[in-house]
Write a protein that binds this ligand. Structure first.
Ligand SMILES: [Zn+2]
Length: 94
């Protein structure tokens, strides 16, 4: 059990030292998101061949902490899940 507690404390330290230009949820930086886009577009999904980096949303800074578009839309589209995470006691989730 001790090992797991230490690992969790180590993890928390990393999460709390998150940089400003980084998604507050998944920790991706704009550069990582752009790199993933270029990688994905080597074999684009059908109908998406015309997309360029300027067409995609990367990061919003209008929220309290920066959020990437992927996390933003995941949160936005899953209010029930978010409510469950917030309202359920920790020991019922883990
Ligand atoms: Zn994110």
């Amino acid at each position: 059990m001790k090992g797991r507690d230490d690992a969790f404390k180590e993890y928390l330290k990393k999460v709390q030292s998150i940089e400003d230009d980084q998604c507050w949820i998944c920790g991706k930086t704009p550069d990582v998101i752009k790199a993933e886009f270029y990688e994905r577009m080597k074999d684009p999904p059908e109908g998406m061949e015309h997309l360029t980096i300027d067409d995609i949303l990367i990061m919003t800074y209008k929220t309290k902490h920066p959020l990437c578009a992927s996390c933003y839309f995941t949160i936005k589209q899953n209010p029930g899940l978010i409510r469950e995470v917030l309202e359920k006691p920790d020991n019922e989730i883990w």
